[in-house]
Design a protein around this ligand. Structure first.
Ligand code: ATP
Length: 136
């Protein structure tokens, strides 16, 4: 562990998707993307749909997240995410199907569907597609 490293855990309802020391961490907050350096004062921040980027042993890793919370302590960050998939584990076809499903529901409208929910599903799927495509 280098001097400036931070211990990071990313936990989702299906398990731990990352655990290790990182030297950079960037995540999607509601007020925009933010980075955390070692020694930061403690705080908790809500995360929205977007990309988590981290660098560990000079290797950049990217995750699609659908939101959650990050607890920042001077030497440790814990992310509790609703979902977080490493870019190379995103199923592009599944995300494309989710977009079409959401799109038809939005078109069929509020009488039949919860359109707000469909819009969120669409945002999750677009985010996954964008992150998976960057990885190709
Ligand atoms: P879908 O309608 O395809 O299930 P969703 O947006 O409703 O998409 P979520 O509720 O965000 O899915 O996630 C449910 C679980 O499925 C999570 O564990 C998430 O990591 C996983 N997941 C969802 N979509 C994908 C995908 N395209 N590739 C890989 N994992 C996915």
């Amino acid at each position: 562990m280098a001097d400036k490293d931070i211990q990071l855990e990313i936990i989702t309802p299906t398990g731990k998707v990352f655990s290790g020391d990182v030297d950079t961490f960037i995540a999607p907050g509601f007020e925009g993307y933010f980075g955390v350096l070692q020694g930061h004062a403690p705080y908790v921040v809500a995360l929205k749909i977007g990309e988590i980027k981290l660098q560990s042993d000079a290797k950049l890793s990217r995750f699609a997240t659908t939101g959650g919370f990050a607890e920042v302590l001077p030497h440790k960050i814990t992310v509790l995410a609703e979902a977080a998939e490493p870019a190379d584990a995103i199923d592009l076809e599944r995300a494309e199907k989710a977009v079409s499903r959401a799109q038809s529901r939005i078109e069929e409208g509020r009488k039949k569907w919860d359109v707000d929910r469909a819009e969120l599903a669409m945002a999750r799927a677009f985010n996954r597609m964008a992150i998976a495509k960057k990885n190709i």
